[in-house]
Design a protein around this ligand. Sequence first.
Ligand code: SF4
Length: 484
Amino acid sequence: MVTTQPYDDDKLHEECAVFGIFGHPESAALTALGLHALQHRGQEAAGIVSSDDVQFHAHREIGLVGDIFGDPRVIDRLSGHSAMGHTRYSTTGEPMLRNVQPLFAELEFGGLSIAHNGNLTNAATMRKDLVSRGCIFQSTTDTENIVHLIATRRGAPVERMISALRQVEGAYSIIAMTQDSMVGVRDPLGVRPLVLGRLGDSYILASESCAFDIIAADYVRDIEPGELVVITKDGLRSHWPFPKQKQRFCIFEYIYFARPDSVVEGLSVYDARKRIGVELASEAFVEADVIIPVPDSGVPSALGFSQASNIPFEFGIIRNHYVGRTFIEPSEEIRHLGVKLKHSANRAHVEGKRVVLVDDSIVRGTTSKKIVEMMRLAGASEVHMRVSSPPTNNSCYYGVDTPEREKLLAANNSVEEIRRLIGADTLAFISMDGLYRAMGHDGRNQDQPQYCDACFSGEYPIQLTDRLREHDPRQLSLLAETGG
Ligand code: SF4
């Protein structure tokens, strides 16, 4: 039986990426390239909507960007001076084509295309209300709420969008496109990234700056938290529709999600990861012969750990990059060997050695256990595990696919219990203060943390309205009374 499997169900998954370019004759082709560079943020499906002076053109499919948009005939059909695209990682069940973004709707003022990275925490509440008022939903995505809110407002498209977004709670980086404009907006706390670039006279919006490098565009700046930019043929204008709040960018973007060659909020992701490794070495040094990264995202942290500890760095685990999305479903017995499809030990650098493995996170722990076992089978005399994030013990509700809390190893086990479960000789996670120090702060400001770190701390910076409504409606009414 052929089936589709998640790339790695022992990692958290970023759910989406967005890209848009305004005023370029090759807009669809450049969007396809931009999405290709952002593929790590979502591998289930992708779509592009383009706009010429007369109409919009759309193509959406389940699959990888290169497979969908590699055919030049598809790109040729997406004609126009502007285009925007989206890649998606779906959280539950099979991805449905009707959920693939960008969404498109014909509204009173003309066509509107919209795509979103993040998660709206009051989506179910809003949807219930909109449906009761006669709105007919075509998809199950939270993004469609915004389309209906815009449709039911009055005024110019940007005024409608601002009014709609004032109803919305959650983490979002959105790109929207009308016949003659492109809009980019980040939520007031700036949880998810959105950057502005330039290629000649054309403005570009993208989830990460690595999407600019692939098309030789220049990175201009990050869109600010709570900023809404409108790009037209007359240039770019910023709006500030929300009360100013303290930024709470997702710290996990630095640890794992973002591509290491991206610059996010002015910080190189690669450098941030290396500095986390340096902090980790100072917090949790262990006598050893070799530092081995768990590929690929553990590599910069392992380099930092190695440089700070003066223990040599080696690629002691080799990753097979050709394990695809689809493969023959193996029997239970063979599935047990699953990790070996992706990783194998480089015995020459493991045998007889005291090994320090550096990984970015432990989610369910299944991969960690297999990799520790693999090191022992390859002859390691000791296996120590160092993790460049604090224990992941809470689910994310801001656009990252996380298992339910009960399935998170760290939610139910102490560090010592996790160590025993994965079979390592020692185990250490970076501390929250160490993580903040690596980001250039003195430590975590307990009263006002500088990032969203809810999956480690359990302190959610944006109200979880839908969850509260479901699990604790009394708390929700108290918050409403106190204006919380
Ligand atoms: S909960 Fe974790 S993964 Fe989600 S936005 Fe916050 S830091 Fe990022």
